[in-house]
Design a protein around this ligand. Structure first.
Ligand code: 4AD
Ligand code: MG
Length: 460
C-alpha cells in the first residue's frame, strides 16, 4: 500500500479507506482500551491522530512508544469525533522504525529559540521550525512564479568569483593553496600557483554577472547563496544568506521601484493565500500583529521619499538615536525602523543616496552628489531590498571606479558591457532571509534558515 502524506489525508473531502502514514510520534496517551497517538510527517503543521487498539498484536511495543519515535501505521481512515481534525486513523498494523530514548530533547514543552539553536539538527521537528522551513520552500516557489509570469529568464551566477561587487571588502577567500606553507614570491603569497592563478573569493552578490546576462537576454534574475565576512553579530546579518537579484534592461529607477514593490506584494499575498495554517502559528505565538502587518504590506502603496527628505525627518527627532544622522551618513537600522514603524507606519522606499556611501556601479544623478539608488524598508526589519539604476555611461563608470580605488583592468569584462551596446538598466537584491523574517514575524535571522552561518557558528 502506498503511503499518503498527512497534508493530503487531512484535506481530503471523503474517506480514502485504507491508508498508510509514516512519521514521528509527537505525543501518545493511553485510555482504557486504546492508545491515542499523534503522528506528524512534516508535510503540514497538523498531526494525524491514530487510535491503536489494545487488541493489536504488538500493543505491548506500541504502549512503550515515546515522543520522537519513528513509525509506520496502516489502518482505516475515519471521521474524527474530535474538533481539532476532520479525520483520524484506526490502526490495524503499526511498524516501529525506531523508538526514541527518553532523553529525546524535544519533549512536549516550549523551548527557547536560543536553546533550539544549539540543537539545529533536531529543531526542524518542532512545530515552529517545521512551519518556517515549509514557508521557505513556498516562498522560493512564489519568487520563481513572480518572475516567470513577467517573462524573466532565471540565470545562475557563479559562487566563486574574482570580483567584489559591493566593494566593501567583506570577502571570504577561496584557495587551494596549503595555508601552512603557501608558495611565496618576494615575500608575498604567489597566487599564480593557486587553483585559478589569481585570488578568488565567494561571491557577495550575483549582480555584475546578472547585468551581463541582462544585456543579452533582457530581464533576468538570479537567486542563490551569497557570502559576506562582515563581523557583525546582529539579528539581521549572516555570513551566508540567500539573495534574489533581478536585473531589468531598458528600466530606470522608477521601473526598478515599481517592480520591487510589486514583488513584495506578490510574494506576501502568495504566502497569505497558500500557507494559512503555518502562518497562523506565527500569528498566535510569535507576532500577534503579523496578519494586519501583512495585510498592510499587500494593500498600501509604499511611500517613496528621497534620502534628503528622510534625513530631514530623522534630524528633526532629538535624542532618539545612537548614531547621528546628517547628509552623507548611511542610514542605520534604528533610523530605518523609526521611519517604517514610528513615522510612516508602513513600508517605504528611500532613494537618491549620496554617492559617497554607495558602490561604484550606481548611476550618478545630474547633481553629481547622489546616485539612483533605492532601498525598500519595512517595519521591524529595516532594509529588506537594496537596488539601483546602473551606470551605463562608460566614461562616468570608469571615473567612479577610479575614485573608489578599483583596478579598471580587473573589470575589463564589466566595462566591455558599457562599450558594446550599453543600455540603461536597473536591478535590486532582496535578502531572502529578511523577507522570511517579514513574513513570519521571526525576529532573529538565525531562526529562518535551517543552519545559520554567523561568526563562530559552523557546527551543523
Ligand atoms: O544592499 P545589498 O548589499 O545589495 C547588493 O548586494 C546589490 N548588489 C543587489 C543588487 O542590486 N542586485 O544587499 C541586498 C539585500 C539587503 O537589502 C539585505 O536584505 C540583504 O541583501 N543582506 C543581508 N541579509 C542577511 N545577512 C547579511 N549579511 C546581508 N547583507 C545584505
Ligand atoms: Mg544595502
Amino acid at each position: 500500500m502506498e503511503c499518503i502524506k498527512v497534508k493530503a489525508l487531512l484535506s481530503s473531502k471523503e474517506s480514502i479507506g485504507s491508508v498508510c502514514v509514516k512519521g514521528w510520534i509527537k505525543t501518545r496517551r493511553d485510555a482504557k482500551t486504546f492508545s491515542f497517538i499523534e503522528i506528524n510527517d512534516g508535510s503540514c503543521l497538523e498531526n494525524i491522530q491514530v487510535i491503536a487498539d489494545t487488541n493489536m498484536e504488538n500493543y505491548e511495543t506500541i504502549k512503550k512508544l515515546t515522543t520522537g519515535s519513528a513509525v509506520s501505521v496502516r489502518g482505516e481512515m475515519a471521521p474524527s469525533p474530535g474538533k481539532e481534525q476532520a479525520w483520524e486513523i484506526h490502526a490495524k498494523k503499526m511498524d516501529v522504525f525506531n523508538t526514541a530514548p527518553e532523553d529525546y530533547p524535544l519533549q512536549k514543552k516550549r523551548h527557547s529559540d536560543e536553546f533550539l539553536r544549539t540543537i539545529s539538527h533536531l529543531r526542524p521537528r518542532t512545530n515552529k521550525y517545521g512551519a518556517a522551513f515549509r514557508i521557505r520552500s513556498e516562498l522560493s516557489f512564489a519568487i520563481h512564479q513572480f518572475f516567470h509570469e513577467r517573462g524573466f529568464t532565471y540565470i545562475h551566477t557563479p559562487i566563486i568569483t574574482g570580483s567584489d561587487c559591493e566593494g566593501a571588502g567583506e570577502l571570504f577567500q577561496v584557495t587551494a593553496l596549503n595555508l601552512e606553507n603557501p608558495p611565496k614570491n618576494n615575500g608575498h603569497i604567489d597566487y599564480s600557483c593557486d587553483f585559478f592563478g589569481k585570488p578568488a573569493n565567494l561571491t557577495v552578490s550575483g549582480q555584475l554577472e546578472a547585468e551581463l546576462l541582462a544585456l543579452a537576454l533582457g530581464d533576468v534574475y538570479t537567486f542563490g547563496p551569497t557570502f559576506r565576512a562582515e563581523d557583525s553579530n546582529t539579528s539581521r546579518h549572516m555570513a551566508e544568506f540567500w539573495m534574489v537579484e533581478p536585473e531589468m534592461t531598458f528600466c530606470d529607477l522608477k521601473g526598478d521601484m515599481d517592480n520591487a514593490e510589486a514583488f513584495i506584494k506578490y510574494v506576501t499575498q502568495y504566502i497569505v493565500s497558500h500557507c494559512g495554517s503555518d502562518l497562523s502559528l506565527f500569528a498566535r505565538f510569535v507576532d500577534k500583529t503579523l496578519m494586519p502587518t501583512l495585510e498592510n504590506i499587500i494593500t498600501t502603496e509604499f511611500i517613496r521619499i528621497p534620502y534628503k527628505e528622510a534625513v530631514d525627518i530623522l534630524s528633526g527627532v532629538k535624542d532618539r538615536f545612537d548614531y547621528p544622522v546628517d547628509f552623507g551618513s548611511d542610514l542605520q537600522t534604528e533610523h530605518e525602523r523609526f521611519l517604517a514603524e514610528t513615522h510612516f507606519k508602513q513600508p517605504l522606499m528611500v532613494y537618491g543616496y549620496p554617492k559617497s556611501i554607495k558602490p561604484f556601479y550606481m548611476r550618478v544623478n545630474d547633481d553629481d552628489q547622489t546616485v539612483a539608488a533605492m532601498d525598500v524598508i519595512v517595519p521591524r526589519i529595516g532594509e529588506i531590498i537594496g537596488g539601483s539604476q546602473r551606470e551605463e555611461r562608460l566614461d562616468i563608470l570608469e571615473q567612479r571606479m577610479t575614485e573608489t580605488g578599483i583596478n579598471l583592468s580587473d573589470y575589463w569584462w564589466y566595462l566591455d558591457s558599457r562599450k558594446y551596446g550599453s543600455v540603461y538598466h536597473s536591478g535590486y537584491g532582496v535578502g531572502f532571509e529578511r523577507l522570511m523574517m517579514m513574513l513570519t514575524g521571526i525576529s532573529n535571522i538565525r531562526d529562518v534558515i535551517p543552519f545559520p552561518r554567523t561568526p563562530g557558528n559552523i557546527e551543523f
